[in-house]
Design a protein around this ligand. Structure first.
Ligand SMILES: Cc1cc2nc3c(=O)[nH]c(=O)nc-3n(C[C@H](O)[C@H](O)[C@H](O)COP(=O)(O)OP(=O)(O)OC[C@H]3O[C@@H](n4cnc5c(N)ncnc54)[C@H](O)[C@@H]3O)c2cc1C
Length: 317
């Protein structure tokens, strides 16, 4: 089998949780298939960060000054990949990676399969489970060839036997060119809050909060929990909260370890954006609220009673 490339995502010098899961998976996958793993990322990391993964032999820092504007000429990356005899590519879906990956897959004439939850070797080729219809269904597909690119859904989770190692990992860097026809004028990253798509804990609030002046309790509790704040669509439509907090079919898709939904009814359009969450806790004063059917844990109660008590409990510990 040819070698494996893994593209990791990071924020402020930290590898994201979903990319850590990707490294666990691909490192073990490579061992099982007798391949070497080359890791690529957009920040300079030390080799020690990867040495515990037995199959990883190289980390390449892709220096891309205008990547944020999707404004890079990726030819140098393409040359580097070809020199490493890479057959299989893995990454976790982000807008940026989707843009780059589709270009690489197209140049290499290999299939790009998106929103993958699981991949397995079968007698001839590989079998993949994909999430479709905003996570409401899955389909199983098959690839016959050995070369492909897989874009995992953020909520993917695959257990393989672990192969802890003490690998010697080489470091290298490549610099992408800049597309001169397309210029980055300004860049305003959101600050001060945990980005929703990467958050391990998300605290969501809906119309049950009645008025934007009541959001202090959501913010205080989120701070105490280390959570990102989210909201339902009507809440952002009413301008109670900024639009980038709106989760659901028409908003941000999230896949945290824990989603706490407070005063949200659980309409199907909301669920479409949050059903990648590992555990869901619902707090609602209506025992018939549809969200309870999709919850791992539920509290039937008034958010203005339950949340302050939860906040006091957390503060007292
Ligand atoms: C095409 C389309 C796309 C859509 N996309 C999205 C989307 O992406 N995301 C999204 O969220 N919605 C979306 N919607 C809207 C969706 O259908 C629902 O209307 C919306 O999710 C409801 O928001 P909500 O639960 O905050 O409000 P409500 O439906 O008004 O529910 C409020 C809930 O709070 C509870 N409650 C009230 N007071 C309290 C209290 N004191 N304590 C505890 N609980 C209380 C109530 O029992 C109720 O269950 C979309 C709709 C359409 C038609």
């Amino acid at each position: 089998m040819k070698n494996i490339a893994v593209f990791i995502d990071s924020k402020s010098g930290q590898i994201t949780e979903s990319s850590k899961r990707l490294l666990d998976f691909t490192s073990n996958w490579a061992i099982q298939h007798g391949a070497i793993t080359h890791v690529y990322g957009f920040e300079p990391f030390s080799s020690e960060l990867f040495s515990a993964y037995a199959s990883i032999k190289q980390y390449t820092h892709i220096k891309a000054p205008e990547l944020v504007n999707h404004n890079q000429v990726i030819a140098p990356l393409f040359d580097e990949i070809q020199s490493k005899e890479i057959g299989q590519f893995f990454y976790v879906k982000t807008l940026l990676m989707d843009t780059m990956a589709s270009s690489i897959a197209n140049s290499l004439h290999i299939p790009l399969i998106s929103n993958v939850l699981n991949v397995e070797k079968v007698a001839v080729g590989f079998q993949l489970t994909k999430s479709v219809f905003s996570g409401k269904a899955t389909i199983t597909t098959e690839i016959k060839g050995e070369s492909f690119m897989i874009a995992f859904s953020k909520s993917f989770s695959i257990d393989l036997p672990s192969h802890a190692g003490n690998s010697v990992v080489g470091l290298s860097e490549i610099t992408l060119g800049i597309d001169q026809q397309n210029k980055l004028l300004e860049n305003h990253p959101l600050t001060g809050s945990i980005p929703l798509p990467d958050a391990a804990i998300v605290l969501g609030a809906g119309r049950g909060f009645k008025d934007p002046s009541n959001w202090w309790i959501v913010e205080d509790l989120a701070k105490e929990l280390g959570a990102a704040t989210a909201c339902s669509k009507p809440v952002s439509d009413l301008n109670w909260r900024p639009h980038h907090e709106h989760v659901g079919q028409t908003g941000v898709k999230i896949a945290p370890k824990l989603y706490i939904a407070c005063g949200i009814s659980g309409a199907i359009q909301h669920l479409a954006g949050v059903n990648g969450s590992r555990k869901i806790v619902v707090i609602n004063n209506d025992p018939e609220a549809p969200f309870f059917k999709h919850a791992d844990y539920g509290i039937v109660g008034d958010v203005f009673d339950v949340l302050p008590r939860l906040l006091n409990k957390l503060k007292s510990h």
